[in-house]
Design a protein around this ligand. Structure first.
Ligand code: T3D
Length: 268
C-alpha cells in the first residue's frame, strides 16, 4: 500500500491476497474485473485466511480492502444459480465470515478504497474500524434487487446510525458518499484519495503497536453489551478488567505512566 516492503503470505488463494508487514496483515479481495464481487471461492478463502490470521500472534491488526477501484460489490450476482437457497448460502458462506471478524481477538480495519455494496458493505460494517477514501461510496444495494440487508447489516447498521437512518439506508438503497458516511457515523475517518494508502497504513500501524489484548477485551465487552443490562455490563466490565489488568501490556502501561515515558506495548 505505501510502497514499504510487504511479505505476501498464503499465496495459494485465487480470490484474495494477504500481505504481512510489521504486525499488520492486509487481506485484499482480488477480483477487480467484477468489483471484487464475492463468489463461493472467495467466502471459502476468506474463512480460511481469517482463521489463520486470528491464530497468528505476529499479526496484531488485520486490514480488509479491495483490489482495483472497488472495495466489494457484494454477492457475485452471476454466481447465483436457479433454485439457490439464499438462506443456506448465508448460513454456510457469509455468516461464518462475519462471526470470524467480530470475534477476532485483534482489531479488524475496513480500508474502503472504493464502492462497497450489498454484502460488501456488510463486510465493512462488521469490522471494528472503518477508513474511507473520499471518492468511495457505500450502498445497501440489497433492496435494489428486491432483497433485504444480510451478512450482519441488519445488526450493525441500526447500532451505528439508529433505526430511522438504518431504515432509510436499507429501504432506499441510495449511494452514501464519504462525507455523509462520516457524518452519520458509518465510518470513522475519511481521507483524500491521494493520501488514502499512507493514511490507512498509519491507522493499521497504530493498532498494531497498541495493547492487543486490551483491544480484544474491548471487542468482547462491546459485543457483550449488545444484549446486556446495565447490571450485566457492570459485571462483565469487572471480569474483562480483571483479565486486562493481568496482561504484560497493562503492567507496562502503568509503569510507563509513572516513569513519564511512552509505553512499549508487545501485544501480550
Ligand atoms: O447468495 C446469497 O447468499 C445472497 C446474498 C446476497 C448479498 C448481496 O450482496 S446482494 C447485493 C449484490 N450486489 C449488488 O446488487 C450490487 C451490484 N453492482 C452494482 O450495483 C454496481 O456494479 C455498483 C453500484 C456496485 C458499481 O457500479 P459501476 O457503474 O461503478 O460499475 P459496473 O459497470 O456496474 O460494474 C463493473 C463490472 O463489475 C461489470 O462487469 P462488466 O459488465 O464490465 O463485465 C459488472 O457486471 C460487474 N459487477 C458489479 N457488481 C457485480 C458484478 N458482477 C457480479 N456481481 C456483482 N455484484
Amino acid at each position: 500500500m505505501s510502497g514499504m516492503e510487504n511479505k505476501r503470505i498464503m499465496n495459494d488463494y485465487r480470490t484474495l491476497t494477504v500481505d504481512q508487514h510489521d504486525g499488520t496483515a492486509i487481506l485484499t479481495l482480488n477480483r477487480p474485473d467484477v468489483l471484487n464481487a464475492i463468489d463461493e471461492q472467495m467466502t471459502t478463502e476468506l474463512r480460511d485466511a481469517l482463521k489463520t490470521l486470528s491464530k497468528d500472534d505476529g499479526v496484531r491488526c488485520v486490514g480488509l480492502t479491495g483490489a482495483g477501484r472497488a472495495f466489494s460489490a457484494g454477492q457475485d450476482l452471476k454466481d447465483v444459480g436457479p433454485g439457490i437457497s439464499f438462506g443456506d448460502s448465508l448460513k454456510q458462506r457469509y455468516n461464518p465470515v462475519i462471526n470470524l471478524i467480530a470475534r477476532m481477538e485483534k482489531p479488524v480495519v475496513a480500508i474502503i478504497n472504493g464502492v462497497a455494496a450489498g454484502a460488501g458493505m456488510s463486510l465493512a460494517l462488521a469490522c471494528d474500524f472503518r477508513v474511507m477514501s473520499s471518492s468511495a461510496r457505500l450502498i445497501q444495494a440489497f433492496v435494489r434487487i428486491g432483497l433485504v440487508p444480510d451478512s450482519g447489516s441488519s445488526y450493525f447498521l441500526p447500532r451505528l446510525v439508529g433505526r430511522a437512518r438504518a431504515f432509510e439506508l436499507a429501504a432506499l438503497g441510495d449511494d452514501v458518499a464519504a462525507d455523509t458516511a462520516l457524518a452519520l457515523g458509518l465510518v470513522n475517518m475519511v481521507f483524500p484519495d491521494a493520501s488514502f494508502p499512507v493514511e490507512s497504513r498509519n491507522v493499521l500501524e497504530r493498532f498494531a503497536n497498541g495493547p492487543t489484548r486490551a483491544y480484544a477485551l474491548i471487542k468482547r465487552s462491546l459485543n457483550h453489551s449488545g444484549s446486556a443490562s446495565l447490571e450485566g455490563s457492570l459485571d462483565y466490565e469487572a471480569y474483562m478488567q480483571e483479565i486486562a489488568g493481568r496482561t504484560e501490556d497493562a503492567k507496562e502501561g502503568v509503569k510507563a505512566f509513572v516513569e513519564r515515558r511512552a509505553p512499549l506495548f508487545k501485544g501480550k
